[in-house]
Design a protein around this ligand. Structure first.
Ligand SMILES: [Zn+2]
Ligand SMILES: [Zn+2]
Length: 86
């Protein structure tokens, strides 16, 4: 069993399951991962930035979902608009 095996990762291009090495996650498409081989082919949308995730690394955004409760921010007057010094 290789230490850099990532059993939960599937390449969305070639379907490679649990590929090893660097994983490339699309920053735009939700849950879109590529293996390094497919990433280097650059077949995905060139405008989409990719996050490079090293073996064993996880993204903070993939942890438990955090609830952000700041709805009262929206109807608060934007006081900062008049504070621009220059
Ligand atoms: Zn692939
Ligand atoms: Zn994408």
């Amino acid at each position: 069993m290789a230490a850099d095996h990532q059993p939960n990762i599937i390449c969305d291009k070639c379907g490679s399951y649990g590929f090893s090495g660097i994983r490339y996650k699309c920053f735009i498409c939700p849950n879109y991962d590529l293996c390094s081989m497919c990433y280097e082919k650059k077949e995905h949308d060139a405008k989409h930035p990719f996050v490079h995730i090293l073996p064993g690394q996880t993204l903070p955004s993939e942890g438990p979902p955090r609830k952000v409760a700041r709805t009262d921010d929206e109807d608060r007057p934007r006081r900062r608009e008049g504070m621009r010094a220059k």
